[in-house]
Design a protein around this ligand. Structure first.
Ligand SMILES: [Zn+2]
Length: 152
């Protein structure tokens, strides 16, 4: 089954700490862009979504579009339902955000200073999706796929 693509993605301001906006992206469909300078090591946005168990996550992960974030071995957040907008953030092999799981919450933190107009990116480190997903991030460090090469 899988989830259908989020049609009109929006940023939920309750979960963002900076002014960010969703725009068309050159990486993939939509992306999230900074509208102001974001210093390094700051919480930028929380990844929210419906909390689903391992079996349900497997079902939802089969589609073309998925917005799943594995919290641990059992629980996964599905950003397609109640997502903050963080689910729209694209993958890059040389990202400017990193995810941190704290007390069941997923926080996207800035790895470095981000300039206004820059697209926000995070390394998905996919490991739950057997087929390889080609990467189009275009950075010098691109490893060619979204799948895991090192442990989160
Ligand atoms: Zn890449």
């Amino acid at each position: 089954m899988g989830t259908s693509p989020v049609r009109n993605p929006v940023i939920d301001p309750r979960f963002t700490c900076f002014n960010v906006v969703i725009r068309k992206s050159s990486i993939h469909r939509y992306g999230v862009y900074a509208r102001e300078r974001i210093p390094a090591n700051r919480k930028v946005i929380e990844y929210t979504g419906e909390r689903v168990n391992r079996r349900e996550a497997k079902l939802r992960g089969n589609g073309k579009y998925t917005y799943l974030f594995a919290l641990d071995n059992y629980w996964t957040l599905d950003g397609a339902v109640g997502g903050s907008g963080a689910e729209i953030i694209n993958h890059s092999c040389d990202p400017n955000l990193v995810s941190r799981v704290m007390k069941g919450h997923v926080l996207y933190m800035s790895l470095r200073e981000i300039k206004p107009g820059e697209e926000l990116t995070v390394d998905y480190h996919l490991d739950w999706n057997p087929p390889t997903t080609p990467c189009q991030c275009g950075t010098a460090k691109c490893r060619g796929t979204l799948e895991l090469k090192k442990k989160r």
